[in-house]
Design a protein around this ligand. Structure first.
Ligand SMILES: Cc1cc2nc3c(=O)[nH]c(=O)nc-3n(C[C@H](O)[C@H](O)[C@H](O)COP(=O)(O)O)c2cc1C
Length: 250
């Protein structure tokens, strides 16, 4: 970054940026909900792996007398309130403290894994953890990463496909792993026909990101009936309870 003391201006390069293209110049002129979402999208898809460096650098930024932060991308932050808001938001995103909210991401060919996903959501809701359900077919991996900014748990589901998980789920999780999310709780499930590798593959992928995996993965042969759906509800409840404990710092 470059700091120009005469102007109290920080030219911040990638830091504090967003991909908002608008005729407005300043962040305070833009819709705040949309602005906050764009900040999270940018951070969680680009800056997240550098969170340790962000935490090291923020105190230096805070020690400077700044009236304006001008990132290379998007809107400019002007005035004390705006500058404090973005610096505080960066600290919160970089710390990645667990948040009591979960995402259930899934792929499916014929809806069996989807039915399991609904049951996992019910389990999470039963223990009071708000949940976002996202199909990897209808949500680009960058959308899923943006949502992760609000979620302390990731539960992933895929049918078994050629002895492994579905390609879109594989690409989503590969992308997620590269961005090095920290401090999450995970869980895995999936329907299968004959060999049934997918739930275990998902479980291992999430564990390889350092996620706590408090429950066994749930696999179900073909269409889930009462027993398999009950196991999915239990998966949601176990992950939800583990997340609540993590949020309480236990
Ligand atoms: C192209 C294709 C490949 C599959 N490969 C496997 C496999 O390797 N092992 C297995 O257990 N099931 C396999 N299946 C079966 C699916 O996992 C099974 O139909 C499952 O119930 C589908 O779940 P869904 O309804 O969520 O799509 C395959 C199905 C298709 C269409």
């Amino acid at each position: 970054v470059s700091y120009i003391p005469e102007d109290k201006l920080l030219i911040s390069n990638d830091a504090f940026g967003q991909n908002i293209a608008t005729s407005y110049r300043y962040a305070d002129e833009h819709d705040q909900g949309d602005f906050v979402r764009a900040i999270k999208e940018y951070y969680y898809n680009i800056v997240l792996p550098y969170s340790p460096q962000v935490l090291k650098t923020l105190p230096i930024v805070e020690s400077l007398d700044i009236d304006m932060i001008a990132p290379d991308h998007g809107l400019i932050h002007r005035g004390e309130k705006s500058v404090k808001f973005i610096v505080d938001m960066y600290r919160q995103m970089a710390e990645q403290k667990p948040q009591q909210r979960a995402m259930v991401i899934y792929d499916t060919m014929w809806h069996s894994t989807e039915k399991m996903a609904y049951a996992v959501c019910s389990g999470l809701e039963e223990v009071g953890v708000p949940t976002r359900l996202m199909s990897v077919k209808s949500n680009h991996h960058s959308e899923i990463m943006t949502e992760l900014a609000n979620c302390g748990a990731v539960i992933a589901g895929s049918p078994t496909h050629n002895n492994t998980i579905m390609p879109l789920m594989a690409s989503t999780l590969t992308y997620m792993k590269g961005l090095r999310p920290q401090n999450r709780v995970g869980g895995a499930f999936g329907s299968f026909g004959w060999s049934g590798e997918s739930a275990k593959v998902l479980h291992e992928m999430l564990a390889s990101m350092g996620m706590d995996m408090p429950a066994d993965f749930v696999k179900c042969n073909w269409t889930p009936r009462h027993e398999a759906l009950r196991a999915c509800v239990e998966l949601g409840k176990t992950v939800g309870e583990a997340l609540k404990k993590k949020c309480r710092g236990e």
